[in-house]
Design a protein around this ligand. Structure first.
Ligand SMILES: Nc1ncnc2c1ncn2[C@@H]1O[C@H](COP(=O)(O)OP(=O)(O)OP(=O)(O)O)[C@@H](O)[C@H]1O
Ligand SMILES: [Mg+2]
Length: 325
């Protein structure tokens, strides 16, 4: 069953077309990833689906309800973890969850159990009665995921859930998130810049400048590259590139001092290349395409640097905040 349906959705801010005629569906119980660079239109799309923003034109529905016209129904069906934290730091973890349970009219007889379950699910039982201001970034994010689940939503929206976290916390939180569809029968709609997170999604929409430029499973998307990627280092890349083009029909390019090309059958292609430019070769390696290769091919840009330090991530978060305020 399709839990989200989006058709020809457009959102303009003055002359900016933040979302530019996008269409896609999300299957119930799946993890759907929105992957795109800064300013691509990811948050704007989420805000429309969450009824926080009216579209300029087009249509979006969630759990059978129109996101624009039936906002109360849609809101009951969703949980949201925003790009910026919205926890009350002067309340404890348990109190934050209780506040949310009141807000969503969770039945009194259910409240205690749901809060206990949520705290246990995100491994915060030991810290349940500590003030949130004493929590680390990763703990706050986990608590936000727990809060998003208190009213048992059909769809949980996560806007860059792991932004600004160190790799260890990112990995832990990511593990919680990927268990959600199975453990809580919830559909996940998330945005990310991280390739390895996108790899774990059932389906991905790659969005750039408001348009969806690729849609499908990670495996489908990698087929866009059309095979293996071969990297070759030589003592004269320019000359080697022109020689390779004589024997192989492929787009041959150069990046970071290496020649690279894609081939459906890399293992057969390498010997042909070696025969042609053998004595000039310093090193050869071959790898299966990653989503980063797909992204690079489609947008000409890399997905955010995988080796970014926590400090880089914080700077990026600050830039993102500035763009939005
Ligand atoms: N309220 C607003 N008023 C004017 N322009 C806006 C508004 N919200 C978003 N935009 C613009 O719409 C475009 C898409 O922004 P959006 O926040 O959806 O991008 P994003 O993909 O979430 O980016 P990021 O990765 O930085 O979070 C950007 O050009 C942004 O400046
Ligand atoms: Mg955003």
């Amino acid at each position: 069953m399709k839990i989200i349906t989006v058709k020809n959705l457009v959102k303009t801010f003055g002359h900016i077309r933040a979302v530019d005629d996008i269409s896609f569906d999300v299957e119930e119980g799946s993890i759907f990833g929105f992957l795109g660079p800064n300013g691509a239109g990811k948050t704007t799309t989420i805000n429309i689906l969450c009824t926080l923003l009216a579209p300029t034109s087009g249509h979006a529905s969630l759990n059978g309800h129109d996101c624009n016209k039936e906002s109360a129904e849609v809101r009951k069906s969703i949980g949201i973890v925003f790009q910026d934290s919205s926890l009350d730091k002067d309340l404890t973890a348990r109190e934050n969850l209780l506040f949310h349970a009141y807000l969503y009219n969770v039945d009194k007889s259910e409240r205690k159990k749901r809060i206990g379950d949520a705290l246990s699910f995100v491994d915060l039982e030991d810290r349940a009665d500590d003030l949130v201001r004493k929590f680390s970034g990763g703990m706050k994010r986990r608590l936000e995921v727990a809060r998003g689940l208190i009213h048992r939503p059909k769809v949980l929206f996560l806007d860059e859930p792991t932004l600004g976290l160190d790799p260890q916390s990112r990995a832990n939180l990511w593990e919680f998130i990927t268990e959600l569809p199975r453990k809580h029968a919830v559909t996940i709609f998330m945005t990310t810049h991280y390739m390895e997170e996108a790899e774990a999604c059932d389906n991905i929409a790659v969005i750039d400048k408001g348009k969806i430029i690729a849609l499908g499973s990670p495996t489908d998307l990698k087929k866009i590259i059309g095979g293996d990627i071969i990297y070759i280092k030589t003592d004269d890349n320019k000359k080697a590139m022109s020689d390779i083009k004589k024997v192989i029909e492929a787009d041959v390019s150069e990046k970071d001092g290496e020649i690279y090309l894609s081939s459906l059958k890399g293992d057969l292609c390498i010997p042909v290349i070696i025969r042609e430019i053998g004595e000039r070769v310093i090193s050869v390696r071959m790898q299966r395409p990653t989503l980063n290769d797909v992204f690079l091919k489609l947008t000409g840009k890399e997905i955010r640097d995988e080796t970014a330090t926590p400090e880089d991530n914080i700077k990026e978060a600050v830039r993102s905040y500035r763009r939005r305020h």
